[in-house]
Design a protein around this ligand. Structure first.
Ligand code: GDP
Ligand code: IMO
Ligand code: MG
Length: 430
């Protein structure tokens, strides 16, 4: 069996989004969590929307790792994550309303930074200038504070005096910006302080030193699955800057975002959709602004799990995927949503980019160039049949297998699972 822990070495497996996010990471993590002891998130925040479909129930997780439905799995929110208390409490309450107890199964890093109400407000106000098309969850402003060393961390919740002092300082500074720069309404200090003191009471039991927790678990031979949010092309360093998120979704982020050494990482599982989508602004060379794009959107249900925005859709982009495989060190691919292509007579795949008529050797680092590239397409025959009953690779129609194998050849990594529907069981195991 090919899978997260098939080789018997309990090295850490990292799940990364290989495109622009929403590749189906949540479903894959839920699937592989079955064979895991710990699932840990390393970056991002409630900008993520990870969908898990089990039976007729659908769960959308934003902060809590996608292993939480398995009651033997411990979930970790690592130091690299930025935590919105409101979103976290809502998510815990939602899970509990479904009868899922997280008691003793959720560990939150004391080094993780908190998202404050002023981060969310700033996110919205800043979007009226340069339009990135953010999720409005306060992610960018929270990471700005982290790197400018003025952030408030989970550990600060443990000391009321320190918390109050930092909160008052943060709110005073941001209120000045709201007043002088944005002409916007100021935040009430007392209300915010009271809210965060209350949050402290609620999450106290989950706070721990997750750096030691994950390292000791790894050394004890526990099976660790690490869950990325967003995708490589939204990475702050390696993505389509400035149309990116403010963290490091690529596999390198797993080490800094959890405090695991690079030597712990044994494999990087890249999740790639059989086509491409993107939410928010920024270049997207294979975008289809036509009926075919509409078809991909409606058949793939391509609407944001966090904001409900329609996702932009286009053909599979192998130039971008090869780049992502290189930066992430992808050792294995899970190809999701192959079923969405069921009813197309022909499928197109971008194999190369041309710039001013000349082939480009690399995925461009700047958006101005990426906006101008012309995709070179290869056309493949569709399979025009349902994949609903396929569970083994041999069950797939030949044209679908040809499509999968073409991707493997292009990327140089094996496709180990193939998604044939949103449900936990709708998967072909290779
Ligand atoms: P994530 O952010 O990477 O976890 O992905 P999202 O949950 O935002 O978006 C993926 C969407 O595709 C969700 O609605 C999933 O339920 C759905 N999905 C995942 N895998 C498959 C698949 O193989 N086929 C189909 N049709 N839907 C899938
Ligand atoms: P998951 O984990 C898709 C996009 C936003 C915007 C950019 C910056 O579900 O794959 P931010 O709010 O992070 O500052 O927005 O990044 N974005 C995502 N797109 N999936 C996500 O997460 C995303 N998280 C952020 O649309 O373009
Ligand atoms: Mg998503």
């Amino acid at each position: 069996m090919i899978g997260a822990f098939s080789c018997g070495i309990m090295s850490v497996q990292v799940i990364v989004g290989a495109q622009w996010g929403d590749e189906g990471k949540g479903k894959v993590v839920d699937l592989l969590a079955e064979q895991s002891d710990i699932v840990a998130r390393y970056q991002g925040g409630a900008n993520a929307g990870h969908t898990l479909v089990v039976g007729d129930r659908k769960y959308v997780l934003h902060l809590i790792p996608s292993g939480i439905l398995h009651d033997n799995v411990v979930c970790v929110i690592g130091n690299g994550v930025v935590i919105d208390p409101v979103a976290l409490m809502e998510e815990i309450a939602l899970l509990e309303s479904f009868g899922i107890s997280i008691e003793g199964r959720l560990k939150i890093s004391h080094k993780a930074h908190l998202i404050m109400p002023y981060h969310k407000l700033l996110d919205t106000l800043q979007e009226s200038g340069q339009k990135i098309g953010t999720t409005g969850r306060g992610i960018g402003p929270a990471y700005i504070d982290k790197y400018s060393r003025t952030g408030i961390r989970i550990v600060d919740l443990l000391d009321r005096t320190i918390l109050e002092e930092k909160l008052r300082r943060g709110i005073a500074q941001k209120n000045e910006w709201f007043r002088k720069v944005y002409d916007a309404k100021e935040l009430d200090v007392e209300t915010t302080v009271a809210e965060y003191l209350e949050f402290d009471r609620k999450i106290d039991s989950y706070i721990t030193d997750t750096t030691y927790f994950v390292n000791e678990a790894w050394r004890e031979g526990k099976r660790l699955l690490v869950e990325g949010a967003q995708g490589a092309l939204l990475d702050i360093d390696h993505g389509t800057y400035p149309f990116v998120t403010s963290s490091s979704p690529t596999s390198g982020g797993a080490c800094t975002g959890l405090g695991l050494p690079p030597t712990a990482i044994g494999g990087v599982i890249g999740i790639a959709k059989a086509y491409c989508t993107r939410v928010g602004n920024g270049p997207f060379p294979t975008e289809l602004d036509d009926q075919t794009g509409e078809r991909l959107r409606s058949e793939g249900g391509e609407f944001g799990a966090t904001t409900g925005r329609p996702r932009r859709c286009g053909w599979l982009d192998l130039v971008a995927l090869r780049y992502s495989a290189m930066v992430n060190g992808i050792t294995e691919i899970v190809l999701t949503k192959l079923d969405v292509l069921n009813n197309f007579d022909e499928l197109r795949v971008c194999t190369d980019y041309l710039l001013d008529g000349r082939p480009l050797k690399y995925f461009p680092c700047d958006c101005a160039t990426l906006e101008r590239v012309q995709p070179v397409y290869e056309t493949f025959k569709g399979w025009n049949s349902s994949l609903a009953d396929c569970r083994a690779y041999a069950d797939l129609p030949k044209a679908a297998r040809d499509y999968v194998e073409m991707i493997e050849r292009a990327i140089g990594a094996r496709v180990s699972y193939i998604g044939t529907g949103p449900g936990r069981d709708e998967v072909v195991t290779r």
